[in-house]
Ligand binder design. Structure first.
Ligand SMILES: *Cc1c(COP(=O)(O)O)cnc(C)c1O
Length: 462
């Protein structure tokens, strides 16, 4: 399997190369040259197998010869052994026809662990084999960073640098990034928003001298291997509700469009997904774009679902690539327009997007109401991101197709917002109950590319 860039001007890479590189050198994102289709019988055969076995079968066609079957099975087993639930991604019922896919049983209590734990194990395997070393740099609105640090802490061949917006992540998120004591972990608090942190990471990848000098590797949601890991739970949950012999729909709380794009890949692979509903908070650029065709960032308004406080949604570029008929030049052009303020999706591309995606928005009051009402109706305590999903799903679902809403984080990761909405204080799972007592270690940085690059060079020289 070969990987191509959404902008069509970077060399094609193998799975392993695309994984280790992250962002393509033409500024684009990697995608498989073609999407393998899974036969209905093979989908049906996923019923009842372990999460790990399903992960192996769904992902195997994408990895080429990067790992042998035995090696890949071992990587998957190690990735998910630290999860606090035997099913890894259990499905719960909220109401008739409405289900909640709990993706928060990993070590940092958010769905990002599914991808990051896997990528950590794949990086370790690859780098050990080649005897090389990389610097992982990522931007986070909170959950990616904690998941990355948890996945890479203590690994020999990796330094991990995470930029998060100072003062704009929850205390649990911050502590998950600042309390690991391993010397290869570097939490950097940047003065700015998530979009600033993400922009500086992109700048570092576009500074080829720096990029090559420190052997930069990216594990943000732009990394194809992360998208791939997220395809798996669309299959496991849909199969448990009767796929491929019954259609299902999904509602996905969305920021960078990585998780919901994984659903799109699952659909292209043959999973009978009826609707994929993009759920946004008040930072609703994706909902506006799918409604009007206009994609124009207009500033982030901090919300109680901070992991979705995003106006520049990186993975949307991948959806645009398919919507524009895999025309890298067209994608490059709209991305240039975005740099100048925004773009309008062509009529044809907008129709293509709407064939798969619906969208909805949920404001702050609606988010709190969804937490309160879901608690009252089913005894499920939702995190604010999951509540955005449930609110939008309730508005969009129909009686004939079961709706699965993705629960992207554990309520205890956002205790203040959950308690304010429901009156219930969500306790941390016992395995991480001492988080509030551990010592923190963090470096404040300006929103300035050369200052950040200098700091990284100094740190890896030691
Ligand atoms: C990252 C995150 C999201 C958004 O996921 P994307 O893949 O960026 O769309 C939603 N909820 C939580 C809790 C997250 O951590």
């Amino acid at each position: 399997m070969k990987y191509i860039s959404t902008r069509g001007r970077a060399p094609t890479l193998s799975f392993e190369e695309a994984m280790l590189t992250g962002l393509a050198r033409d500024g684009g994102l990697y995608l498989p040259e073609s999407i393998p289709v899974m036969a209905a019988d093979d989908i049906r055969a996923l019923e009842g197998v372990s999460y790990e076995e399903a992960a192996f079968r769904v992902m195997r066609p994408y990895i080429g010869d990067a790992f042998t079957d035995d090696e890949f099975r071992g990587i998957i087993a190690r990735a998910y052994e630290g999860f606090g639930h035997a099913a890894r991604a259990p499905l719960k019922q909220l109401d008739s026809g409405h289900f909640l896919l709990e993706l928060f049983h990993g070590p940092t209590l958010a769905f990002k662990d599914f991808a990051m734990q896997l990528i950590g194990q794949m990086f370790e395997f690859s780098l050990k084999r080649s005897g090389s070393r990389v610097s992982i740099v990522g931007a986070t609105s909170g959950d990616t960073g904690s998941a990355a640090i948890e996945a890479f802490r203590g690994l020999d061949a990796v330094d991990v640098f995470i930029l998060y917006p100072h003062g704009r992540v929850s205390e649990v998120q911050r502590r998950q990034m600042t309390t690991p004591g391993e010397s290869n972990v570097h939490a950097l608090a940047i003065d700015g928003h998530f979009d600033d942190a993400q922009a500086r990471v992109k700048d570092m990848f576009n500074d080829f001298e720096f990029r090559d000098g420190v052997r930069l590797a990216g594990v943000n949601s732009i990394n194809w291997a992360r998208v791939l890991a997220q395809v798996v739970y669309y299959f496991t949950s849909a199969v448990s509700l009767g796929a491929p012999d019954r259609k299902v729909s999904f509602t996905v709380p969305t920021g960078n469009f990585g998780d919901v794009f994984a659903g799109y890949i699952a659909k292209r692979m043959g999973l009978p997904i009826d609707r994929l509903v993009v759920a946004t908070n008040q930072n609703d650029i994706l909902h506006r774009c799918l409604s009007t065709g206009d994609y124009r960032p207009d500033g982030v308004a901090p919300s109680i679902s901070p992991s979705m406080d995003i106006q520049v949604s990186s993975n949307f570029e991948r959806a645009l690539f398919y919507a524009y008929g895999q025309d890298g030049n067209a994608v490059g052009q709209v991305m240039d327009e975005l740099k100048a303020g925004g773009f309008t999706v062509s009529q044809g591309a907008l129709e293509a997007l709407r064939e798969t995606f619906d969208s909805g928005r949920c404001d702050e009051d609606q988010t709190r109401a969804a937490i309160r009402e879901t608690w009252g109706a089913s005894g499920e305590l939702l995190c604010p991101h999951s509540a955005v999903g449930v609110h939008v799903a309730e508005a969009q679902r129909d009686a004939h197709v079961p709706m699965i809403t993705l629960a992207t984080a554990h309520p205890a990761k956002f205790p203040a917002a959950v308690e304010e909405a429901s009156g219930i204080h969500p306790p941390l799972p016992a395995r991480m109950a001492d988080l509030y007592e551990r010592d923190e270690r963090v470096t404040r940085v300006e929103n300035d590319l050369s200052a950040i690059e200098t700091l990284i060079k100094e740190r890896i020289a030691h």
